[in-house]
Design a protein around this ligand. Structure first.
Ligand SMILES: *Cc1c(COP(=O)(O)O)cnc(C)c1O
Length: 313
């Protein structure tokens, strides 16, 4: 089975490397055909579902997960239904329809859209595609580390820490699975959330899984009120440093990254970059950080300009 995702570049970040006196590496997942790393995990889950006989894929997400599922469904030639809440922008619905998926708008909040998605999956042949909580998703997301290990080795810069952002924890679970399957279980992870969407940070502090009462961050992509069990479980079997940054810091990092790398990424991705741009103390012990540039389609020049003004940057 050939994969739906592509191999992405591993680049050095010249300005950040100089500014920090470190070798800063970037895994450019923003260049995936569906705009984010999500195509790795969700693509694999969809592929396995179709190989198992699925004729309808149903995904409750108007974000990067839904976009990746729609892309995967089109590539695999199966009908795909994306269920989104009424808060989803009409341009987003159109963008998903443009690649051939059906969009159903249902309910005021995600939970209501999700209820319908689950109900649609009661029909035979239909498979539910969750945004982050599935072993196939972690398995697929782990391929970015399989690649990065080889690429870093070719560059002669073996990374000594990985930085990624956390929404529901499918990315983090994949990264850690990837480190372990490549014999790199000693490489620590810096797990980044924005304040107001910090469900992993709350769980780590509480010592148990926590459901946030509300999300207040602009980083909608990181807006899981509760992380996957698997994500929290990883914090007990791997060195994970959970940190938070402000929305303003995440946006500032996206702006700096746009200028320096000529590339637009969501604040959800800016959050991970902000660990380096803000020179957070958690990074001090490491010399060769690998930042997962997770990407995201929820960004444009106009959106970045709006956030820049809103946060007086
Ligand atoms: C989905 C996503 C995340 C968070 O991933 P989780 O698996 O939900 O933790 C971060 N950034 C981008 C761009 C994403 O699409």
């Amino acid at each position: 089975m050939t994969s739906l995702h592509i191999q992405t570049a591993l680049l050095r970040h010249p300005q950040l490397s100089v500014a920090l006196g470190k070798q800063v590496l970037l895994k450019m997942e923003n260049t995936q055909p569906a705009g984010s790393f999500k195509l790795r995990g969700i693509g694999l889950l969809c592929q396995r579902a179709v190989a198992g006989g699925a004729s309808l894929l149903v995904c409750p997400s108007g974000g990067n997960a839904g976009f990746a599922a729609a892309f995967a469904g089109a590539a695999l030639g199966v009908k795909t239904t994306i269920v989104v809440p009424e808060t989803t922008a009409t341009e987003v619905c159109q963008r998903i329809r443009d690649i051939g998926a059906e969009v159903i708008v249902q309910g005021a909040v995600w939970d209501e859209a999700n209820q319908l998605a689950l109900k649609l999956c009661e029909q035979p042949g239909s498979v539910y595609i969750p945004p982050f909580d599935h072993p196939d998703i972690w398995d697929g997301n782990a391929t970015m580390i399989d690649e990065a290990v080889l690429q870093a080795h070719e560059l002669g810069v073996d990374f000594d820490v990985v930085i990624c952002s956390v929404g529901g924890g499918g990315l983090m679970s994949g990264v850690l699975s990837g480190l372990h399957r490549n014999g790199l279980q000693h490489i620590p992870l810096i797990a980044v959330e924005t304040e107001g969407a910090a469900s992993l940070n709350a769980a780590v502090r509480a010592g148990e899984l926590v459901t946030l009462p509300a999300i207040t961050s602009i980083a909608g992509t990181l807006a899981a009120k509760r992380v996957a069990d698997e994500c929290f479980a990883w914090t007990r079997r791997h060195e994970v440093h959970s940190v938070t940054v402000s929305d303003a810091q995440a946006v500032a990092a996206s702006l700096a990254f746009a200028d320096q790398m000529r590339t637009l990424v969501e604040p959800a991705c800016g959050a991970a970059l902000a660990v380096a741009y803000e020179k957070l103390p958690v990074l001090a012990p490491y010399q060769r950080p690998l930042i997962v540039v997770c990407g995201g389609i929820g960004v444009s020049l106009a959106m970045l300009a709006g956030w820049k003004e809103r946060f007086s940057l």
